[in-house]
Design a protein around this ligand. Structure first.
Ligand SMILES: [Zn+2]
Length: 259
């Protein structure tokens, strides 16, 4: 009998394998890897000059002039149709199906976690995955797919502004605009307090609520980001400066080699 070749240890894979209540917090970095450039960056949607970055997510302006937001949405949905969830999105969905991951808290509005098959997602800034009429309570769209948005914006009598079939009021996606409260924080906080491993992925941890949530965690925190991350040094915090997909492909290879 020949000896089994020993595989190099992967301590991070072992952390994930032994955890049962992982919570993942994801920021813009996981979406830029999918091909969504930072809105404000040189290749971002704002660079076209077609919409004013200060007004596009301003709720008062939206109520009076929804056209600008919908011009942005039309371009954003067209962009989303060209991209797919990343390996990391799919890996998190796999961890949930295996009963290791309790849920995902994300700042992203692109619904890529939904598309990857994750079920328990808190979108603190909302997303395009739901929509509702801002005038009446009769119109609500759940699971608003890219195809639904495309059709709704193209075929609307006020195209690209989507209007309510009952009252002709403006339909607003469930995206958090400036000065609107973030969503699901109470639940997000309870998840983080109760998790046995917190993954912080693609976030620089500089703005609320990213900067705040990890402070509630009493378990190990694994932070993976390509760029700099701001956090107070703590023996429970491990920061890995690496590409997310490369990091999780290594983890997946290790886990699969154990099966
Ligand atoms: Zn309505």
């Amino acid at each position: 009998m020949s000896p089994t070749p020993s595989k190099p240890d992967n301590p991070f894979a072992q952390m994930i394998q032994s955890a049962r209540k992982i919570v993942a917090f994801t920021g813009a970095g996981i979406s830029t890897a999918a091909g969504i450039p930072d809105f404000r960056g040189p290749n971002g949607l704002y660079a076209t000059g077609a919409y004013d970055p200060d007004l596009v997510f301003e709720i008062g302006y939206f109520r009076k002039h929804p056209e600008m937001f919908y011009r942005f949405s039309f371009d954003f949905i067209a962009l989303l149709k060209t991209i797919q969830p990343t390996f990391t999105h799919y890996f998190l969905a796999r961890l949930e199906k295996e009963g290791r991951l309790r849920g995902i808290i994300t700042q992203n509005i692109d619904a890529l976690h939904h598309r990857a098959g994750s079920a328990r997602i808190i979108e603190v800034h909302g997303s395009f995955w739901r929509a509702a009429c801002i005038e009446c309570s009769r119109f609500r769209k759940e699971k608003a797919t890219l195809e639904w948005w495309d059709k709704a914006m193209t075929e609307s009598p006020r195209a690209p502004v989507v209007v309510c079939p009952h009252c002709s009021g403006v339909v607003k996606p469930d995206v958090v605009f400036y000065n609107e409260p973030v969503k699901g924080m109470e639940l997000a906080e309870s998840w983080v307090r109760d998790c046995d491993l917190l993954l912080v992925l693609g976030s620089s941890l500089t703005v609320f609520p990213a900067a705040f949530l990890p402070q509630l965690c009493r378990s190990p925190i694994l932070i993976v980001n390509k760029g700099e991350v701001s956090f107070a040094p703590d023996r429970n915090h491990i920061f890995i400066r690496e590409d997310l997909d490369i990091f999780f492909k290594n983890i997946a290879d290790y886990i699969d080699s154990q099966l």
